[in-house]
Design a protein around this ligand. Structure first.
Ligand code: ADP
Ligand code: MG
Length: 376
């Protein structure tokens, strides 16, 4: 993969208009009096170096983003107004376009919509790593119309994730969890050939355990993924699964611990203490750790211990640590461990797809831009 063009490759920007695609799809809460308040401005704060650099170099900067799922229709409840307000505090002078997904042309990658959003601009910057796995109009369209480069967020994330896949310090341990086993099988497969140890916890572990013939009770199970899990377990990869769990009873009140056989009606919602300690000790000896997906239903304090133990092991460990996925990142933030993590990926699905395929449509669009030659 050839390298991405970056901000420094842009020609002088004085008097130029630059369109910047960010992913400012921040969680927003509506207060009792109807005010919409940003709950987590991490993605806005993260974009400051890119936006400030452009402003300091004399450009007029207009940001565009999607927010929520308006499905191609104008929805005042999903306007970017709260984002605009916070953005102006962070980088004075920057403008923002209204929610891209108010127009169906964004998600359908409509050419006429691309023409509309690039109208009046001289350059395009993609700084929305987290949407770069989507072939949406604002992600893949502008590089066909304008000289285009990667912003700092995008370039940095690609650098970190590429480094993991090409030259990780070993042992390289990946910890995957969360709820979506079918969605994550591709990444699990791809990681299994690159890591020294692959730890599988969280809800997805039970499809693996079922593939080994264990009784999983009422735990999360994806029957359509059992064969794929069995194939991975039979392969050369070193895959580590939980050996105990904390489960919620059929009365939805009783919480009980079990080993590998979970009784009917019980749903395992966290890994048990033995598993957590075992995972932590593997993590402690890793030189590189990648974590995606919590070890349990950590939103509920009764099932948060496994995730906390793993998160602390990653934070305390000497290895280079990368945490990706919205819920995993929020678990780290909730525990106040963010300063002990080397890289927190905002990418979610995009990070996983990049780790799986080594490329994304938004990156290819920048590399294949017909204006590439015009850049430095
Ligand atoms: P991330 O956002 O970090 O990629 P996911 O979205 O894949 O992670 O998974 C997070 C969700 O998985 C959380 O809402 C959590 O409650 C759920 N989860 C974790 N373990 C279990 C489990 N054992 N059973 C059911 N849900 C689980
Ligand atoms: Mg999630």
């Amino acid at each position: 993969m050839t390298t991405l063009p970056v901000l420094e490759d842009l020609p002088p920007l004085a008097g130029k208009r630059v369109l910047v695609r960010c992913d400012f799809n921040a969680p927003i809460r509506t207060t009792a009096d109807g005010t919409r308040v940003i709950e987590d401005d991490f993605r806005l704060v993260e974009s400051v170096p890119t936006l400030s650099w452009l402003v300091e170099n004399g450009a007029t900067v207009v940001v565009c983003t999607h927010l929520g799922r308006p499905n191609g229709a104008v929805d005042p409840g999903l306007s970017v107004a709260p984002i605009e307000e916070r953005l102006r505090e962070l980088v004075p002078g920057v403008e923002i376009m209204e929610n891209l997904r108010f127009d169906a042309g964004e998600e359908s990658n409509d050419e006429a919509f691309v023409d509309r959003i690039v109208d009046g601009f001289d350059f395009y910057v993609n700084d929305g790593f987290a949407v770069s796995h989507r072939a949406h109009a604002s992600v893949v369209g502008p590089p066909k119309r304008l000289p285009s480069v990667a912003g700092r967020v995008l370039a940095h994330e690609v650098e970190v994730l590429s480094g993991l896949m090409t030259e990780p310090a070993r042992p390289f341990v990946a910890v995957v969890g969360g709820a979506k086993v079918a969605d994550k099988l591709g990444i699990v497969r791809s990681l299994s050939s690159k890591v020294d140890t692959l730890i599988v916890g969280g809800g997805m572990a039970f499809t693996f355990l079922a593939a080994q013939g264990h009784a999983v009770g009422a735990s999360l199970l994806d029957p359509s993924s059992i064969d794929a899990c069995a194939a991975l377990l039979a392969g050369p990869a070193h895959i580590v699964l939980p050996s105990d769990c904390v489960a919620l009873g059929p009365d939805k009140v009783t919480v009980a611990s079990f080993g590998l056989e979970i009784p009917d009606g019980y749903a395992a919602l966290d890994i048990g203490p033995e598993s957590a300690a075992r995972f932590a000790s593997i993590i402690a000896s890793a030189k590189t750790v990648l974590w995606n997906g919590p070890m349990g239903v950590f939103e509920d304090a009764r099932f948060a211990k496994g995730t906390e133990t793993v998160a602390r092991a990653i934070a305390d460990g000497p290895g280079f640590s990368v945490v990706g996925g919205g819920d995993s990142v929020s678990a780290i933030n909730h525990l106040g461990l963010q300063s002990q993590i080397d890289y927190m990926s905002t990418g979610g699905g995009a990070s996983l797809e990049f780790l799986e395929n080594g490329d994304l449509p938004g990156l290819a669009a920048l590399r294949d831009s017909p204006f590439r030659e015009a850049l430095g």
